[in-house]
Ligand binder design. Structure first.
Ligand code: NCD
Length: 307
Protein backbone atom coordinates (compact mmCIF):
# COMPACT_ATOMS: atom_id res chain seq x y z
CA UNK A 1 0.00 0.00 0.00
CA UNK A 2 1.30 3.45 -0.91
CA UNK A 3 -1.77 5.63 -0.52
CA UNK A 4 -4.52 6.39 1.96
CA UNK A 5 -8.07 5.63 0.85
CA UNK A 6 -9.31 9.05 2.01
CA UNK A 7 -7.47 12.31 1.36
CA UNK A 8 -9.13 13.77 4.47
CA UNK A 9 -8.11 12.91 8.03
CA UNK A 10 -11.20 13.48 10.13
CA UNK A 11 -11.45 10.73 12.76
CA UNK A 12 -9.11 8.16 14.29
CA UNK A 13 -11.49 5.30 13.47
CA UNK A 14 -11.29 5.96 9.71
CA UNK A 15 -8.01 4.06 9.26
CA UNK A 16 -7.42 0.42 8.40
CA UNK A 17 -4.47 -1.36 10.05
CA UNK A 18 -2.65 -1.19 6.68
CA UNK A 19 -3.15 2.57 6.57
CA UNK A 20 -1.92 3.00 10.13
CA UNK A 21 1.19 0.97 9.25
CA UNK A 22 1.75 3.09 6.13
CA UNK A 23 1.57 6.31 8.17
CA UNK A 24 3.90 4.96 10.90
CA UNK A 25 6.43 3.64 8.36
CA UNK A 26 6.37 6.87 6.37
CA UNK A 27 6.89 8.87 9.58
CA UNK A 28 9.79 6.65 10.66
CA UNK A 29 11.43 7.16 7.27
CA UNK A 30 11.09 10.92 7.58
CA UNK A 31 12.43 10.84 11.12
CA UNK A 32 15.53 8.95 9.96
CA UNK A 33 16.00 11.42 7.09
CA UNK A 34 15.77 14.39 9.46
CA UNK A 35 18.26 12.80 11.84
CA UNK A 36 20.63 12.26 8.92
CA UNK A 37 20.32 15.96 8.07
CA UNK A 38 18.74 15.31 4.66
CA UNK A 39 17.06 18.20 2.87
CA UNK A 40 13.64 16.96 1.71
CA UNK A 41 11.63 18.29 -1.22
CA UNK A 42 8.53 16.06 -1.19
CA UNK A 43 6.15 19.04 -0.80
CA UNK A 44 8.14 21.47 -2.95
CA UNK A 45 5.83 23.85 -4.81
CA UNK A 46 2.90 23.03 -2.52
CA UNK A 47 1.16 25.31 -0.01
CA UNK A 48 -0.37 24.32 3.32
CA UNK A 49 -3.01 26.52 4.92
CA UNK A 50 -3.44 26.23 8.69
CA UNK A 51 -6.73 27.61 10.04
CA UNK A 52 -6.78 27.64 13.84
CA UNK A 53 -9.95 28.95 15.44
CA UNK A 54 -8.87 27.67 18.87
CA UNK A 55 -5.53 28.15 20.66
CA UNK A 56 -2.62 25.89 19.74
CA UNK A 57 1.13 25.73 20.12
CA UNK A 58 2.23 22.19 19.29
CA UNK A 59 -0.30 21.19 16.67
CA UNK A 60 0.01 24.30 14.53
CA UNK A 61 3.76 24.70 14.86
CA UNK A 62 4.49 21.01 14.24
CA UNK A 63 2.26 20.99 11.13
CA UNK A 64 4.00 24.11 9.86
CA UNK A 65 7.45 22.73 10.72
CA UNK A 66 6.50 19.47 8.98
CA UNK A 67 5.52 21.35 5.79
CA UNK A 68 8.71 23.44 5.86
CA UNK A 69 10.86 20.31 6.47
CA UNK A 70 9.30 18.86 3.29
CA UNK A 71 10.21 21.94 1.28
CA UNK A 72 6.64 23.27 1.14
CA UNK A 73 5.25 26.64 2.19
CA UNK A 74 2.63 27.73 4.69
CA UNK A 75 -0.09 30.39 4.88
CA UNK A 76 -1.75 30.63 8.24
CA UNK A 77 -4.67 32.02 10.21
CA UNK A 78 -3.62 31.64 13.82
CA UNK A 79 -6.53 33.40 15.47
CA UNK A 80 -10.19 33.36 14.55
CA UNK A 81 -10.57 36.97 15.50
CA UNK A 82 -7.98 37.97 12.88
CA UNK A 83 -9.98 36.20 10.13
CA UNK A 84 -13.30 36.91 8.42
CA UNK A 85 -14.96 34.40 10.75
CA UNK A 86 -15.15 37.35 13.14
CA UNK A 87 -17.17 39.21 10.47
CA UNK A 88 -19.66 36.34 10.36
CA UNK A 89 -18.30 34.35 7.42
CA UNK A 90 -19.43 30.72 7.41
CA UNK A 91 -16.90 27.89 7.64
CA UNK A 92 -18.11 26.73 4.21
CA UNK A 93 -17.28 30.07 2.58
CA UNK A 94 -13.90 30.29 4.31
CA UNK A 95 -12.97 26.81 3.08
CA UNK A 96 -14.19 27.56 -0.50
CA UNK A 97 -11.88 30.58 -0.43
CA UNK A 98 -8.86 28.83 1.05
CA UNK A 99 -9.07 26.00 -1.51
CA UNK A 100 -8.06 28.64 -4.03
CA UNK A 101 -4.89 29.34 -2.06
CA UNK A 102 -3.64 25.99 -0.79
CA UNK A 103 -3.06 22.31 -1.67
CA UNK A 104 -3.89 21.03 1.82
CA UNK A 105 -5.83 22.50 4.75
CA UNK A 106 -5.33 21.89 8.49
CA UNK A 107 -8.32 23.04 10.57
CA UNK A 108 -8.88 23.45 14.31
CA UNK A 109 -12.35 24.66 15.19
CA UNK A 110 -14.47 24.71 18.38
CA UNK A 111 -17.45 22.88 16.87
CA UNK A 112 -17.75 19.08 16.87
CA UNK A 113 -18.09 17.94 13.25
CA UNK A 114 -16.52 21.09 11.79
CA UNK A 115 -13.71 19.21 10.05
CA UNK A 116 -16.21 16.92 8.31
CA UNK A 117 -18.21 19.99 7.29
CA UNK A 118 -15.07 21.59 5.86
CA UNK A 119 -14.11 18.40 4.01
CA UNK A 120 -17.58 18.24 2.45
CA UNK A 121 -17.10 21.76 1.08
CA UNK A 122 -13.89 21.07 -0.86
CA UNK A 123 -11.87 18.50 -2.80
CA UNK A 124 -8.70 19.85 -1.17
CA UNK A 125 -7.49 17.49 1.59
CA UNK A 126 -8.65 18.58 5.07
CA UNK A 127 -6.82 17.43 8.19
CA UNK A 128 -8.72 17.70 11.47
CA UNK A 129 -6.47 19.33 14.08
CA UNK A 130 -9.22 19.20 16.71
CA UNK A 131 -12.98 19.74 16.35
CA UNK A 132 -14.19 20.95 19.74
CA UNK A 133 -14.61 18.05 22.16
CA UNK A 134 -14.83 15.65 19.20
CA UNK A 135 -11.70 14.14 17.66
CA UNK A 136 -7.98 14.88 17.25
CA UNK A 137 -6.83 12.10 14.92
CA UNK A 138 -3.36 13.41 14.04
CA UNK A 139 -2.56 13.65 17.76
CA UNK A 140 -3.60 10.03 18.27
CA UNK A 141 -1.25 8.93 15.48
CA UNK A 142 1.68 10.68 17.12
CA UNK A 143 0.59 9.19 20.45
CA UNK A 144 0.62 5.68 18.93
CA UNK A 145 4.01 6.38 17.33
CA UNK A 146 5.28 7.47 20.76
CA UNK A 147 3.98 4.32 22.49
CA UNK A 148 5.71 2.18 19.87
CA UNK A 149 8.99 4.04 20.28
CA UNK A 150 8.88 4.06 24.08
CA UNK A 151 7.52 0.56 24.72
CA UNK A 152 8.64 -1.24 21.55
CA UNK A 153 5.13 -2.65 21.01
CA UNK A 154 1.43 -1.93 21.53
CA UNK A 155 -0.09 -5.40 21.74
CA UNK A 156 -0.39 -6.68 25.30
CA UNK A 157 -0.13 -3.27 26.97
CA UNK A 158 -2.38 -1.85 29.67
CA UNK A 159 -3.05 1.79 28.84
CA UNK A 160 -4.60 4.20 31.35
CA UNK A 161 -6.24 7.37 30.06
CA UNK A 162 -6.74 9.81 32.93
CA UNK A 163 -8.39 13.18 33.50
CA UNK A 164 -11.11 14.83 31.43
CA UNK A 165 -12.22 11.87 29.32
CA UNK A 166 -15.59 13.49 28.60
CA UNK A 167 -14.31 16.61 26.88
CA UNK A 168 -10.81 15.59 25.83
CA UNK A 169 -10.65 15.00 22.08
CA UNK A 170 -7.15 13.51 22.31
CA UNK A 171 -8.36 10.60 24.42
CA UNK A 172 -11.43 10.04 22.23
CA UNK A 173 -9.20 9.59 19.19
CA UNK A 174 -6.52 7.62 21.02
CA UNK A 175 -9.05 5.13 22.42
CA UNK A 176 -10.41 4.53 18.91
CA UNK A 177 -6.96 4.22 17.34
CA UNK A 178 -5.58 1.81 19.96
CA UNK A 179 -8.68 -0.37 19.67
CA UNK A 180 -7.05 -1.75 16.50
CA UNK A 181 -4.55 -3.51 18.79
CA UNK A 182 -4.68 -6.00 21.63
CA UNK A 183 -4.71 -3.43 24.46
CA UNK A 184 -6.42 -3.27 27.84
CA UNK A 185 -7.79 0.13 28.85
CA UNK A 186 -8.22 1.67 32.28
CA UNK A 187 -10.23 4.89 32.07
CA UNK A 188 -9.55 7.07 35.12
CA UNK A 189 -11.93 10.02 35.56
CA UNK A 190 -14.19 11.68 38.10
CA UNK A 191 -17.81 10.53 37.59
CA UNK A 192 -18.67 13.88 35.93
CA UNK A 193 -15.88 13.52 33.35
CA UNK A 194 -16.18 9.89 32.27
CA UNK A 195 -15.43 8.66 28.76
CA UNK A 196 -18.59 9.02 26.61
CA UNK A 197 -20.66 5.82 26.74
CA UNK A 198 -20.78 5.51 22.95
CA UNK A 199 -16.97 5.26 22.81
CA UNK A 200 -16.85 2.69 25.64
CA UNK A 201 -19.56 0.68 23.85
CA UNK A 202 -17.65 0.88 20.57
CA UNK A 203 -14.46 -0.43 22.21
CA UNK A 204 -16.22 -3.27 24.03
CA UNK A 205 -17.99 -4.25 20.80
CA UNK A 206 -14.51 -4.72 19.30
CA UNK A 207 -13.64 -7.06 22.19
CA UNK A 208 -11.46 -4.55 24.07
CA UNK A 209 -11.25 -4.91 27.85
CA UNK A 210 -12.23 -1.56 29.43
CA UNK A 211 -12.16 -0.83 33.15
CA UNK A 212 -13.56 2.47 34.49
CA UNK A 213 -12.51 3.96 37.81
CA UNK A 214 -11.97 7.31 39.54
CA UNK A 215 -9.01 6.00 41.56
CA UNK A 216 -5.70 6.76 39.84
CA UNK A 217 -3.49 5.35 42.60
CA UNK A 218 -5.29 2.01 42.55
CA UNK A 219 -5.13 1.79 38.76
CA UNK A 220 -1.44 2.67 38.43
CA UNK A 221 0.44 -0.56 39.36
CA UNK A 222 -0.96 -2.56 36.41
CA UNK A 223 -0.29 0.14 33.80
CA UNK A 224 2.35 0.19 31.05
CA UNK A 225 1.28 3.60 29.72
CA UNK A 226 -0.32 6.44 31.68
CA UNK A 227 -1.82 9.17 29.47
CA UNK A 228 -2.66 12.23 31.56
CA UNK A 229 -4.93 15.01 30.26
CA UNK A 230 -5.88 18.55 31.17
CA UNK A 231 -9.34 19.31 32.52
CA UNK A 232 -10.78 21.15 29.47
CA UNK A 233 -11.81 24.45 31.05
CA UNK A 234 -13.09 25.93 27.78
CA UNK A 235 -15.76 23.19 27.57
CA UNK A 236 -17.34 23.98 30.97
CA UNK A 237 -20.49 26.07 31.16
CA UNK A 238 -20.20 26.52 34.94
CA UNK A 239 -16.84 27.91 36.21
CA UNK A 240 -17.60 26.56 39.70
CA UNK A 241 -17.81 23.04 38.27
CA UNK A 242 -14.41 23.54 36.64
CA UNK A 243 -12.94 24.74 39.95
CA UNK A 244 -14.34 21.68 41.69
CA UNK A 245 -12.75 19.30 39.18
CA UNK A 246 -9.61 21.08 38.01
CA UNK A 247 -7.19 19.34 40.37
CA UNK A 248 -8.87 15.93 40.20
CA UNK A 249 -5.52 14.25 39.43
CA UNK A 250 -2.07 15.62 40.10
CA UNK A 251 0.68 13.13 39.27
CA UNK A 252 3.61 13.30 41.70
CA UNK A 253 6.70 11.16 42.28
CA UNK A 254 5.05 9.88 45.47
CA UNK A 255 1.94 8.67 43.60
CA UNK A 256 4.19 7.01 41.01
CA UNK A 257 6.07 4.98 43.67
CA UNK A 258 4.10 1.70 43.10
CA UNK A 259 4.12 2.03 39.29
CA UNK A 260 6.13 -0.27 37.00
CA UNK A 261 9.70 0.95 36.42
CA UNK A 262 8.96 0.72 32.69
CA UNK A 263 5.86 2.97 32.87
CA UNK A 264 5.60 5.48 30.00
CA UNK A 265 4.03 8.76 31.12
CA UNK A 266 2.36 10.75 28.35
CA UNK A 267 0.39 14.00 28.08
CA UNK A 268 -0.72 15.78 24.88
CA UNK A 269 0.21 19.09 26.56
CA UNK A 270 -0.40 21.83 27.54
CA UNK A 271 -0.23 20.69 31.16
CA UNK A 272 -1.76 22.95 33.76
CA UNK A 273 -1.38 21.14 37.06
CA UNK A 274 -1.72 17.45 36.16
CA UNK A 275 1.95 16.47 36.39
CA UNK A 276 4.38 17.87 38.97
CA UNK A 277 7.44 19.27 37.20
CA UNK A 278 9.85 16.99 39.11
CA UNK A 279 8.25 14.03 37.31
CA UNK A 280 9.85 15.40 34.11
CA UNK A 281 13.26 13.94 35.03
CA UNK A 282 11.98 10.36 35.27
CA UNK A 283 13.12 8.23 32.32
CA UNK A 284 9.51 7.27 31.51
CA UNK A 285 8.32 10.89 31.29
CA UNK A 286 7.79 10.97 27.54
CA UNK A 287 5.60 14.03 26.98
CA UNK A 288 8.20 16.31 25.41
CA UNK A 289 9.47 13.46 23.20
CA UNK A 290 5.80 12.87 22.35
CA UNK A 291 5.43 16.52 21.25
CA UNK A 292 8.55 16.21 19.05
CA UNK A 293 7.08 13.11 17.38
CA UNK A 294 4.38 15.38 15.96
CA UNK A 295 6.76 16.54 13.23
CA UNK A 296 7.52 13.19 11.47
CA UNK A 297 3.90 12.03 11.87
CA UNK A 298 2.57 15.23 10.32
CA UNK A 299 5.19 15.10 7.55
CA UNK A 300 3.85 11.63 6.74
CA UNK A 301 0.23 12.80 6.75
CA UNK A 302 0.90 15.87 4.60
CA UNK A 303 2.75 13.87 1.97
CA UNK A 304 0.31 10.93 1.98
CA UNK A 305 -2.88 13.01 1.59
CA UNK A 306 -1.41 14.96 -1.33
CA UNK A 307 -0.13 11.91 -3.26
C1 NCD B 1 -4.65 19.09 23.03
C2 NCD B 1 -5.85 19.65 22.27
O1 NCD B 1 -5.78 20.75 21.74
O2 NCD B 1 -6.83 18.93 22.24
N1 NCD B 1 -3.46 19.73 22.75
C3 NCD B 1 -2.73 19.30 21.66
O3 NCD B 1 -3.19 19.34 20.54
N2 NCD B 1 -1.51 18.80 21.90
C4 NCD B 1 -4.89 18.86 24.45
C5 NCD B 1 -5.43 19.97 25.30
O4 NCD B 1 -5.62 21.09 24.85
O5 NCD B 1 -5.66 19.68 26.48
Amino acid sequence: MTRLSSKDVLRADQFSIEEIDLILETAAGYERALEAGEILEDMRGKVLSTLFYEPSTRTRLSFEAAMLRLGGRVVSVAEAKSSSASKGESLHDTIKTVEGYADVIVLRHPQVGSAAEAAAATDTPVLNAGDGAGQHPTQSLLDLYTILKEQGKVDGLTVALAGDLKNGRTVHSLADLLSNYDVRFVFVAPPALKMPGEIVDRLRAKGIDVEETDDLAAALPSCDVLYMTRIQRERFEDPAEYDRLKDAYVLTRAILEPAKASLTIMHPLPRVNEIATDVDELPGAAYFRQAANGVPIRMALLSLVTR
